[in-house]
Design a protein around this ligand. Structure first.
Ligand SMILES: C[S@@+](CC[C@H](N)C(=O)[O-])C[C@H]1O[C@@H](n2cnc3c(N)ncnc32)[C@H](O)[C@@H]1O
Length: 253
């Protein structure tokens, strides 16, 4: 059971405002290249693929065969149907793939939704070839000070929800039960929209973001006001530069 329901409305909102523009993902492309060492013969399972933004990126960047596994029918409906991406119904603890069929697993903004991380780790171990990496992108409990993200800057109370996510240690422990060991933890930047665009998208963003959904109405309005003032300042000083988000990348093998 995910923390929020990924229904048609949420899926449309996610597609509209949560996908990071491709040209903002350069640092992720390099980080994935370093840890996955991709080659076009490889198959990678994108677990909780959502609207398929990363499946499409991995396919375009590296020519990989992507298995986009996603439990929500509404999110699956948004995944581009094209060569190089196979869309599958399933979830982290039931991947419906043969044993040893993938050369890597990618989980982006997903582990907080997985009810039994040990069961998921065991299932991921089953479908991965020996030595294949698991790449986990997201926020972890206790790290909101160092992984500085765009919404948290204006809506600091979103940290309350992030601090209920698994910590790095909990994630590593769960994956250790399936024989995985932590090989890297790094913070990776991504470039998002300008403040003015974020302000215009704030209500839609809230519908599609677990941490923003956890805000009270008052906290949301207060954050929106901070954002409005910052956007006005940026316009006054002619500095409508794009904003940088930092998220963690945890790699296990
Ligand atoms: C925040 S979205 C992230 C989507 C995509 N990975 C991305 O980064 O753009 C979380 C996704 O995880 C999916 N999800 C929820 N519970 C899951 C589970 N137990 N196993 C796999 N995916 C799950 C949701 O349906 C949703 O599409």
């Amino acid at each position: 059971m995910a923390r929020i329901t990924y229904d048609d409305q949420t899926a449309a909102a996610f597609k509209a405002v949560r996908e990071v523009p491709r040209d903002g993902l350069e640092a992720w492309r390099e980080a994935v290249r370093r840890h996955l060492r991709p080659s076009p013969r490889m198959t990678v399972v994108d677990i909780g693929a959502g609207t398929g933004a990363f499946s499409a990126a991995f396919s375009d960047w590296f020519g990989l065969s992507m298995l986009a596994v996603e439990p929500s029918a509404a999110m699956r409906a948004q995944i581009p149907r094209r060569p190089g991406i196979q869309v599958l119904e399933g979830h982290a603890s039931a991947l419906t793939l043969p044993d040893g069929s993938a050369d890597g697993a990618w989980l982006s903004l997903v582990i907080q939704h997985i009810p039994d991380l040990e069961a998921a780790a065991c299932e991921i171990r089953r479908v991965l070839r020996p030595g294949a990496p698991v790449l986990i992108r997201g926020g972890f409990s206790g790290r909101t000070d160092t992984t500085h993200t765009f919404p948290w800057e204006f809506f600091p109370e979103t940290a309350r929800t992030v601090n209920t996510f698994p910590s790095v240690e909990q994630a590593c422990q769960a994956f250790a039960t399936a024989g995985f060991r932590r090989v890297a933890l790094e913070q990776v930047p991504e470039t998002l929209t300008s403040l003015a665009e974020f302000l215009a998208q704030a209500d839609t963003f809230r519908r599609a973001d677990t941490t923003m959904r956890g805000l009270t109405e008052e906290e949301f309005l207060r954050g929106k006001e901070r954002l409005r003032r910052a956007a006005q300042d940026a316009e006054r000083t002619h500095s409508p530069e794009p904003r940088t988000n930092w998220l963690d990348l945890l790699v296990l093998r």
